[in-house]
Design a protein around this ligand. Structure first.
Ligand SMILES: [Zn+2]
Ligand SMILES: [Zn+2]
Length: 278
């Protein structure tokens, strides 16, 4: 199984980082998208993935940076489909309304394309499932459990423990450390966490920017969670402020003071192969 960091950015526009999005490649043609940030479809193409490969999409929460390109995934999945096939989306309570409103916004486009293409006789088919912490379900050939995360006032927000064969990946989304994240991570091969550098953000005299500190994990928080829950690897993403590559060692050494497993930070399309690294 491979984990591809499709988008390692945040809401702050960055020419080199797409919005928050991670791809799990379970097999060559079985992929699962976790969150759908800005440019995620473009990065999927860069990762050798197409919407038709998606066994499903898992959404952690409804902050715009994590769902802004869901409309693009829905549309592209539909216009590249050769037969009516539902796109499956799982997410917290509220995702059904979000998708319903998205489909309403897409109505003109859907009408134009059906009118123009004789062989395209169906509208986009989307199956949405709203989840609660404690739920367990199958996506393709993998099993996923749902865990409560802490991102107030964003409520609900959830993370996913993704299990395939012998491999377990914990996908936290945006959260501060909490019991739900610990439960989700326990002994996972990899723990993917969105992080901020509180030491750097505090130096910027901007209240709106400083507000982000109370609902995100710092690098130290993520490393301490990784150590406490004995994960194999800590994967940092959604870094704020976005580091230059020459600053990566500083981020890694900060985490390494608390966690002695592997620590991965990277650019968009950084790929972690769980099989190769074992
Ligand atoms: Zn968020
Ligand atoms: Zn975010």
């Amino acid at each position: 199984m491979k984990i591809v960091l499709l988008g390692t950015g945040s809401p702050i526009p960055d020419p080199n980082r797409a919005g928050p999005s991670t791809l799990l490649k379970v097999g060559d043609l079985e992929h699962v998208l976790v969150d759908a940030g800005r440019g995620c479809i473009m990065r999927m193409a860069g990762a050798g993935s197409l919407p038709g490969f998606l066994a499903g999409i898992l959404v952690t929460h409804l902050h715009s940076d994590h769902v802004t390109d869901l409309n693009d995934v829905i549309t592209t999945y539909w216009i590249m489909s050769q037969a009516p096939t539902p796109l499956r989306i799982w997410g917290p309570v509220g995702i059904a309304d979000f998708v319903r409103h998205t489909m309403a916004a897409l109505a003109p486009d859907i009408g134009y394309r059906i009118a123009h293409h004789k062989d395209l006789t169906w509208e986009p088919m989307v199956e949405v499932v709203e989840l609660e912490p404690g739920d367990r379900f199958e996506v393709g050939t993998s099993t996923v459990s749902v865990h409560r995360t802490a991102h107030e006032p964003v409520e609900p927000s959830i993370g996913y423990r993704f299990e395939h064969g012998d491999y377990v990946v914990a996908l936290a989304g945006d959260t501060i450390p909490c019991a739900g994240v610990d439960e989700m991570c326990g002994g996972a091969d990899a723990y993917v966490q969105t992080v901020v550098r509180d030491d750097l953000v505090k130096q910027i005299p901007n209240q709106r920017f400083n507000d982000i500190l109370d609902y995100h994990s710092s690098v130290v928080d993520a490393a301490q969670t990784a150590a406490r829950t004995r994960v194999g690897r800590l994967v940092l993403t959604h870094m704020v402020p976005a580091p230059r590559p020459d600053q990566y060692p500083e981020w890694v050494s900060m985490a390494a003071q608390h966690f002695d497993g592997e620590i991965i930070i990277g650019d968009d399309l950084t790929t972690i192969d769980l099989v190769e690294r074992d």
